[in-house]
Design a protein. Structure first.
Lengths: 559, 113
């Protein structure tokens, strides 16, 4: 039992371990997926924002396309007014644009709104947007610190061309704080730290960080990956805290986005999951520990009970049959219960033979115990020579020994005189024995007495019969006459059994009867509704033992 | 009331309660029979167990009839059986000797289909 419990617990622990691993992995995968999605979503929002600014700036650029190419820093007053009006309108039109500027095609400052800090004519061609515009327009610049207010800014730059496609200049929209506001809003709404970097890995905006200086994350492996155009997620740690990070490039800008969540937050379902699984396993272990001893106990009790039943079953039959007495006992499998049929045969004190077949009505240990008791009681009577004449003594035995008032018993018993010429018999509520005579098969149905246990009714009447040569006597229980020769046929009944007592030639034949009953009893599955007990003796059972030995095998031997 | 292969019809007349039993009275069905008798015993008047419709009875059925007899005796109800002459119930009552302990009315009639 200890091995069983141990083995079961090991299996349970392994099972718990694997369930935990699988479900934790699933939860982690899902949480990482969430962070990755946040990064990708943020990147998309940043991209749409920049595209929108680019579009607006582009539309203003087309308004300026009929300007004469500014050769000098100073423009004719009419052109200057138009330019100033366009720059002012652009500034006021797009939220977040704090200044708008115009340079000539070589990058020298021509005009700005509000009026510029840098002098008109300043060469800005060293800025990254000047080179970047060769690749694409609009171009989103790197972050830098503005000259005047010392704010961190980015620039959306658009090439302006005249209707013939000749370069006129560059329109710049300077933005501050828009990206920072976005990361703060996103962070507070979703509990996720968002960092947006420019194409060089410098922070443009980061949740909760309003630093007006340039911080480079170019060395961060995730930023490197995102800047290389890749996206994904990774577990890591920042400042000692375990985090889950997602990274994604901002398409069309060269920028990158990082989304970062503390592991405790991302995986907050894991402890709950773990608690649930462990609680379920603990419950299973408890039930297991409680059930196994119970079941094992039940099993061993059932095994003990089976042992007791087998012992009773043995007590229902004599340990040894006298030579020449043939008996068949088959318990019904249908009832799965110990039956109460019993059999006995023994020599009488005067040298005759007494035989008995009985049936306690009912099943189970009580019936079997009463059957064993009755067999032992009758055996005592028979060994004193009163097995047939004093059945009334067994009434007292049933009354005294039964625990269940509804239990009663029937039996048939017979004595063969020492010379084998006289049969005496008595019935207590039992089906009639069959007597096979040389030319007839008769049922000994009279006289009959009441069953045992129906109340004190006194001695049972005794029947006497002269025996001719070649007689045989068969005793049986009702399980035999209630049986069906095949599952489809009628119940055998006493007439059917009498018919079995005749051989193929129609003459009474004890060997044929024994063989037929044995075939029925040996059938698998038995199809018996009730237990079956059968005893048969013939003339050879009495007399010279040598003659008996020589004759018996031929008459009723198994072969 | 149907249980397995046993059917019990309950009929009450001014003189007696009649339980008409048809089918097989064996180990599988005896509990139904005993329960029906337990229910009928306290009623006023005689109790008649009509077993003419019983096709088969085994020793468990005999035990049930005996139990019904004891129940009726304890309740001081007069119980009688009605069964077919030569039928399985009459044969068993004769073999066991219950025919001397219970009032039995034998009726002629064909075996139930």
């Amino acid at each position: 039992m200890i091995a069983l419990i141990g083995g079961g617990l090991v299996v349970l622990v392994l099972f718990t371990f694997f369930v935990l691993r699988l479900s934790e992995n699933a939860v982690r995968r899902e949480a990482r997926g969430r962070v990755g999605t946040t990064a990708a979503l943020s990147a998309r929002l940043v991209r749409e924002q920049s595209l929108r600014v680019g579009e607006v700036v582009g539309s203003y650029a087309s308004r300026l396309s009929n300007l004469p190419a500014p050769r000098r820093a100073t423009l004719p007053p009419a052109d200057r007014r138009r330019l100033a009006a366009a720059l002012f309108a652009l500034r006021s039109e797009v939220d977040g644009v704090t200044s708008a500027s115009f340079t000539d095609s070589r990058g020298r400052l021509v005009a700005a709104s509000p009026p510029p800090v840098l002098p008109i004519g300043t060469d800005l061609s060293g800025r990254d947007w000047y080179r970047g515009l060769r690749e694409r327009s609009p171009y989103l610049s790197r972050a830098y610190i503005s000259q005047g207010r010392r704010r961190k800014v980015t620039v959306t730059a658009v090439r302006v061309q005249d209707p013939d496609g000749r370069p006129l200049g560059i329109l710049l929209a300077t933005e501050t704080e828009r990206t920072q506001r976005f990361t703060d809003a996103f962070g507070s709404q979703f509990g996720t730290g968002i960092t947006v970097t420019d194409q060089a890995g410098t922070i443009v905006g980061a949740t909760g960080s309003d630093a007006q200086r340039l911080i480079s994350l170019a060395g961060d492996p995730l930023v490197k990956r995102a800047l290389a155009g890749r996206s994904g997620t990774l577990d890591g740690s920042v400042g000692g805290e375990r985090t889950v990070s997602g990274y994604a490039p901002v398409a069309g800008t060269g920028w990158a986005v990082l989304a970062r969540v503390p592991a405790s937050e991302a995986y907050r379902d894991v402890p709950r999951l773990r608690a649930t699984v462990l609680a379920a396993s603990g419950l299973a272990a408890f039930v297991f520990l409680w059930l196994v001893p119970l079941l094992v106990g039940r099993l061993s009790r059932a095994r003990d009970a089976l042992g007791v039943q087998e012992a009773f079953q043995r007590d229902l039959l004599p340990s040894k049959m006298p030579p020449g007495v043939h008996s068949i006992y088959r318990a019904s499998e249908r009832r799965m219960l110990l039956g109460g049929d019993f059999i006995d045969a023994l020599p009488t004190p005067d040298g005759g033979l007494a035989i008995l077949v009985g049936d306690v009505c009912g099943h189970g240990p009580r019936a079997a115990a009463l059957g064993a008791t009755l067999r032992a009681g009758w055996r005592t009577l028979a060994s004193a020579g009163v097995g047939v004449t004093r059945l009334d003594l067994l009434d007292a035995l049933v009354d005294g020994e039964r625990r269940d008032l509804d239990l009663f018993a029937t039996l048939a018993c017979a004595e063969i005189s020492p010379d084998g010429r006289t049969l005496t018999y008595a019935l207590a509520g039992h089906p009639p024995p069959l007597l096979l005579l040389p030319d007839d098969v008769v049922a000994l149905d009279a006289p009959r007495g009441a069953a045992l246990g129906l109340g004190a009714v006194g001695p049972r009447p005794i029947g006497t019969q002269d025996l001719p040569d070649g007689w045989a006597l068969a005793l049986y229980t009702d399980g035999l006459i209630e049986a069906r020769a095949t599952p489809e046929s009628e119940r055998l009944g006493v007439p059917g059994l009498m018919a079995w007592g005749r051989g193929p030639d129609g003459r009474p034949d004890a060997a044929h009867l024994l063989a037929t009953v044995r075939r029925l009893a040996d059938r698998e599955p038995s199809h018996l509704d009730d237990d079956l007990a059968f005893v048969i003796v013939d003339a050879t059972v009495i007399g010279d033992p040598d003659v008996r030995a020589a004759v018996a095998p031929r008459s009723m031997g198994r072969a | 009331m149907t249980q397995g292969q046993l059917k019990i019809d309950d009929e009450t007349t001014p003189e007696a309660t009649i339980l008409r039993i048809t089918g097989e009275v064996d180990l599988a069905t005896v509990d139904t029979l005993v329960a029906a008798v337990e229910g009928a015993v306290p009623k006023q008047g005689n109790l008649i167990l009509d077993l003419t419709g019983v096709e088969f009875m085994d020793s468990a059925g005999v035990a049930a009839v005996n139990r019904c007899r004891r129940l009726a005796t304890a309740a001081e109800t007069r119980m009688s059986l009605r069964c077919r002459a030569g039928g399985p119930v009459a044969q068993l009552m004769g073999w066991t000797g219950l025919d001397s302990l219970i009032e039995i009315e034998l009726v002629d009639g064909p075996a139930p289909a």
